[in-house]
Design a protein around this ligand. Structure first.
Ligand SMILES: Cc1cc2nc3c(=O)[nH]c(=O)nc-3n(C[C@H](O)[C@H](O)[C@H](O)COP(=O)(O)O)c2cc1C
Length: 365
């Protein structure tokens, strides 16, 4: 299986399966001299880790990260990156592989069971193996390092829709995101979601969601035209997250309903001499290159396919059967996808920052 590596200059390779002994990643291309401690990576992993509330999977994983290589004490005694590959490791602790006997030979509708067998003829079915979102823990860990490369840039994510229920944007408050179990920026909607998701969870069902990720203070000039577009790489990054079925930048699909006048992000001269855009339908990217405005990306995740309601399927021999997926599952994978989306934004921007420096130097952005 190839394609386990992401990025060009800031390059991350992840490895491991859901019920293997451990998961990990290697970050190649991180610049030297960046102060980093394991607890800084841990802070982001703690946001994604399972078992945090009744609304996410009850698998108990502390997700404690170890830095195995690529760092050393500098002259002032700080632990900094050395420019060599950074290897990060998390031990898997709470796997209950027996729960997954039902999916050993039968394919969960909506999961990757059938396609892995169709392609490789073999798969580790326990907990979904390599297709499990357990892998996304390492994206979050690598994303924490990427954030260190992006000094001054803020990346934040929020759940903006669960099933048909959207947040009220007039009540958006970033501080609220950390005060409810959904990463919801609207306290009233978060309260409503509690009852809604409880009903879905108790019924053994699941529901989809939309996540919004916003990057502030990204300098103008990151990205490239034609085949290296920033929006193109962001779309690819977000689409690579498990269960993602759609990605939007800025106005996204809604741009199709706008006139040219409505969509034009008019420009005035700002007080600081820099361009002041009067709106941001472009989501902070024009011609594949950042404008200096907020970069706004949204993605939709489908409902968790492992559900307790019997679903019709076939087994490896082609016999028709029914499947009920036991084991511990997220009733709405969108919740834990929020820190994953933030991490992918960080990885793309860090990679583009280094690519920008490679071509332009430190002038410009
Ligand atoms: C954070 C996160 C947690 C997930 N947890 C589960 C889960 O508990 N059960 C499940 O069936 N799918 C879960 N998924 C989705 C599957 O990993 C995904 O649907 C599967 O790998 C098939 O890939 P695809 O949906 O991208 O086609 C999760 C996804 C994310 C992002």
């Amino acid at each position: 299986m190839s394609h386990n590596t992401f990025g060009h200059l800031f390059r991350v390779t992840t490895w491991g399966e859901s019920h293997g002994p451990s998961i990990g990643c290697v970050i190649d291309g991180c610049p030297p001299g960046i102060a980093i401690e394991a607890h800084e990576i841990q802070a982001f992993l703690d946001k994604r880790k399972p078992g945090g509330s009744r609304f996410v999977t009850q698998r108990r994983e502390p997700d404690t990260v170890e830095i195995l290589s690529g760092v050393f004490q500098d002259d002032s005694g700080r632990q900094v990156t050395t420019g060599t590959p950074i290897s990060l490791l998390i031990q898997n602790q709470d796997h209950r592989s027996k729960d997954y006997g039902a999916i050993k030979d039968a394919f969960r509708p909506g999961h990757a069971d059938f396609t892995y067998i169709a392609k490789y003829g073999i798969r580790d079915h326990r907990g979904g193996g390599r297709s499990s979102a357990r892998e996304t823990a390492m994206r979050v860990a690598a994303g924490a390092v990427a954030r260190k490369v992006l000094e001054g840039v803020t990346i934040r994510g929020a759940l903006v829709q669960m099933g048909p229920h959207r947040v009220d944007r007039s009540r958006w408050d970033w501080r609220t995101v950390d005060e409810n179990p959904f990463f919801c920026p609207d306290a009233e909607t978060a309260h409503h979601w509690e009852g809604y998701l409880d009903d879905i969870r108790k019924a053994g069902s699941s529901i989809g969601a939309v996540i919004e990720v916003v990057a502030n203070c990204v300098p103008a000039g990151l990205g490239a035209p034609i085949y290296g577009k920033l929006d193109q790489d962001l779309a690819s990054a977000m689409m690579s997250i498990n269960a993602v079925k759609a990605v939007e930048i800025g106005a996204g699909m809604a741009a199709a309903e706008l006139t040219g006048e409505e969509n034009a992000d008019e420009i005035r001269s700002g007080n600081d001499g820099r361009p002041a855009f009067l709106s941001n339908h472009a989501g902070g990217i024009l011609g594949g290159i950042s404008t200096g405005q907020e970069i706004v990306c949204r993605f939709a995740v489908k409902p968790t396919s492992s559900i307790l309601t019997p679903r019709r399927t076939i087994d490896r021999a082609g016999n028709e059967t029914e499947i009920v997926t036991k084991g511990r599952h997220d009733p709405c994978v969108g919740i834990r996808a929020v820190p994953v989306g933030e991490a992918m934004m960080a990885l793309v921007l860090a990679d583009h920052l280094l690519r920008h420096r490679g071509q332009i130097g430190t002038s410009g952005a």
